[in-house]
Ligand binder design. Structure first.
Ligand SMILES: Nc1ncnc2c1ncn2[C@@H]1O[C@H](COP(=O)(O)OP(=O)(O)OP(=O)(O)O)[C@@H](O)[C@H]1O
Ligand SMILES: [Mg+2]
Length: 303
């Protein structure tokens, strides 16, 4: 009888669950909806995310993991339990072994909470692995060798860089800027230019559909829906004359993202330890703007 193995990427924006022999079986936002009155969880994952901006005041929709750390570990625990149960069912017959990648910055108390939640949810055994290490393995880097391998993970809440060598993390650093920052800039832009209030989800959709890290030869367009700032139920999104946002509203965000990655890479390269010489650089994460980031990355790595 073969054993089932489960791998979980406990990200601050998305949770991914992998089951051996089946592949990735679950990919849902790390969002939880809680009823304020009795402190009960009413929805988790996509269902909770769909409630953002639509739920009554008595329900709070929150991300229990923020900025690459576990902000509320009681809720994180509940969320994890929900996802594990969803994947393995309630049967206690075939308990799987579960490996969970957690942000490098979590404390030992938080790690324990995550570990215990997995066991409570039905894991036979639970192992934790720091995200950068999991990322390096996922990217196929030779992490067992005494050479240094650098991983840069562009996440939702954070951007992390780590040098991995001999199956361990040699140096690591993180900045609290990630893909969400771009979504916020898009929300602000649409509001300024079109008087339209859009939600996080719509902003992300815009980013994924027409966003670009480099100027495009032809501008892309898409239609979005939101709430008209002046009270009309559905904004027809005419550019507001006179109060136009600066020509390139996103320059700051791009500069931020680029600057952080550059600083992280430079800091680690300067490090004199043997293991850190000649780092192979690999980008990871979903946060690869569809258009242009590869080119941008190649150009940057030539310096
Ligand atoms: N094609 C893309 N272009 C640009 N950004 C993208 C793309 N695909 C995903 N993203 C962004 O990447 C971020 C999510 O990345 P990911 O799922 O790796 O985060 P996470 O692992 O949950 O976060 P963290 O690592 O910070 O805990 C989101 O902000 C998402 O909008
Ligand atoms: Mg991640």
């Amino acid at each position: 009888m073969f054993e089932r193995l489960v791998g979980i990427d406990l990200g601050t924006v998305n949770v991914l669950v992998y089951v051996s022999g089946r592949g990735i079986v679950l990919r849902e936002p790390s969002v939880v909806a809680i009823s304020i009155r009795d402190n009960k969880i009413v929805a988790v994952g996509q269902e909770a995310r769909d409630m953002i901006g639509r739920s009554p005041e008595s329900i709070e929709v929150a991300r229990p993991m923020r900025d690459g750390v576990i902000a509320d570990y009681v809720v994180t625990e509940a969320m994890l339990r929900y996802f594990i149960r969803k994947v393995i069912g309630r049967s206690q017959l075939f308990k799987p072994r579960v490996m969970i990648s957690i942000p490098r910055g979590v404390t030992s108390v938080e790690s324990r909470a995550v570990h215990d939640a997995a066991v409570q949810a039905g894991a036979k055994e639970a192992y934790l692995i720091p995200e950068p290490l999991a990322a390096a393995i996922g990217a196929g880097l030779p992490i067992g060798t005494p050479t240094g391998n650098m991983v840069v993970d562009l996440g939702g809440g954070t951007t992390e860089a780590a040098v991995v060598s001999m199956n361990d993390i040699v140096v690591w650093s993180s900045v609290r800027v990630g893909g969400i920052r771009t979504d916020e800039a898009i929300m602000a832009y649409v509001r300024k230019k079109y008087n339209l209030i859009i939600g996080e989800q719509t902003a992300e959709e815009i980013k994924l559909t027409i966003g670009s890290a480099l100027p495009l030869s032809e501008e892309l367009r898409m239609e979005v829906r939101g709430r008209d700032e002046r009270g009309a139920p559905d904004g027809s999104a005419r550019p507001r004359p006179g109060r136009r946002p600066p020509e390139d509203h996103f320059a700051d965000v791009r500069r931020d993202h680029r600057g952080h990655v550059r600083t992280l890479v430079r800091d680690h390269r300067r490090d004199p330890a043997d293991a850190r010489k000649d780092p192979a650089r690999v980008g990871r994460g979903h946060h690869r703007p569809r258009h242009g980031v590869e080119r941008r990355r190649r150009a940057a790595s030539q310096h």
